[in-house]
Design a protein around this ligand. Structure first.
Ligand code: PMP
Length: 365
């Protein structure tokens, strides 16, 4: 068996230790005589798996007691509708900060459910910057303010923690799409009303959506909100109102345990900083490649770059594949290249990429 260095933006590489453990437990989980996929979600074995996963996630993110952790389905795109359906409430209006493809898409979906006000946008810079919080123009009484704190496609990450108290608007709940950097760096959950993300980047298999929501935001869903997507209903049923994605929750739980062994979020953040510094440091020092995101807002998770001579793109991707480096092609909407270096990517993988890129530049430059 030979595994490649997988730079996919998601579904993405998982820690090898986790995959090995899952393989070992595939047919018989802890003497249950069956695998996790085959278990009732209401049986004591699976309930213990789900409870441990939630407890570990709470510990890793230091989730305060007045927040619910929900294991949902529908992905982050599903949440783009589920959030307004739950939170738009009688106010009927929400504010959005636009920093790239995903927040733009979220706003578009929200328009179906109420008025949407753009509080700030970095469109003028081609979404290569994050508008400073002091420049945000919130509407007088929005139901919430929406942000996407890591734009997976552009490769842009907020360089600051969103904290509306700093602009005198602490009463507005902040919603953040953290799909592509959840658990990669510490986040002060208490500054947010709701955090959400698909699992398929830093957590586990696709099909599981994580929602962390403050208690006072429950119970405001629109009458036509599907019951399975009403946060209060889901919370009261312990994320088992309908059958949850059991196997994805189990793998997520193994990833949370793995992350604790890496020193938790603080430990993995140190490694993520080292990985990002290695790759951006190389890109900055090599004329052959170009980066476009403002240096202050570069994502540690999704490193986007371009070959100055784009006619070499196909040759670059083919040679990378040959060298065991997979999934480096940028998103079709922006072109270029993207190396997603989530928690499970070791420094060694990033070093292999840098070595390859240096060699390719020397051969073609
Ligand atoms: N938001 C962000 C920031 C993402 O990276 C993605 C997936 N690439 C999505 C939303 C959409 O997620 P899903 O496909 O799980 O609905």
């Amino acid at each position: 068996m030979s595994r490649v260095w997988n730079f996919s933006a998601g579904p993405a590489a998982l820690p090898e230790e986790v995959l090995r453990q899952a393989a070992e437990e595939m047919l018989d989980w802890h003497g249950a005589g069956m695998g996790v996929m085959e278990m009732s979600h209401r049986g004591k074995e699976f309930v213990s798996i789900a409870e441990a996963a939630e407890a570990d996630l709470r510990e890793l993110m230091a989730v305060p007691d007045n927040y619910k952790v929900l294991f949902m389905q529908g992905g982050a795109i599903g949440e783009n509708a589920i959030i307004p359906l739950n939170l738009m409430g009688s106010k009927g209006r929400a504010d959005y900060v636009l920093t790239g493809s995903w927040s733009v898409k979220s706003r578009k979906e929200a328009l179906r459910y109420g008025d949407v006000h753009v509080a700030a946008t970095s469109e003028a810079s081609g979404y290569t910057t994050v508008p400073p919080m002091e420049s945000w123009q919130l509407s007088p009484d929005p139901a919430y303010l929406f942000t996407c704190t890591n734009e997976t496609i552009g490769g842009l990450e907020y360089p600051f923690e969103v904290d509306l108290a700093r602009i005198g608007r602490a009463e507005v709940p902040v919603v953040a799409d953290v799909s592509s950097h959840i658990l990669s760096r510490p986040v002060d959950v208490s500054k947010y009303g709701l955090l959400f993300g698909g699992a398929q980047k830093n957590i586990g298999p696709a099909g599981l959506t994580i929602v962390v929501v403050r208690d006072d935001l429950l119970g405001q869903a629109a009458p036509h909100c599907p019951s399975a997507f009403d946060y209060k209903t889901v919370a009261e049923a312990g994320s088992m109102y309908n059958t949850p994605p059991t196997y994805a929750i189990y793998i997520a739980g193994l990833v949370f345990q793995w992350l604790k062994r890496q020193g938790g979020v603080a430990g993995i953040e140190r490694r993520n900083i080292a990985k990002a510094e290695l790759l951006y440091g190389f890109l900055d020092g090599c004329e052959f490649y170009e980066t476009r995101v403002d240096a202050s807002c570069r994502s540690r998770m999704n490193v986007t770059f371009f070959l100055r001579d784009e006619s070499l793109n196909d040759a670059f991707l083919a040679a990378a594949k040959e060298a065991g480096l997979a999934q480096l092609k940028g998103h079709k909407s922006v072109g270029g290249m993207r190396a997603s270096i989530y928690n499970a990517m070791p420094l060694e993988g990033v070093q292999a990429l840098v070595d390859f890129m240096r060699d390719f530049a020397a051969r073609k430059g």
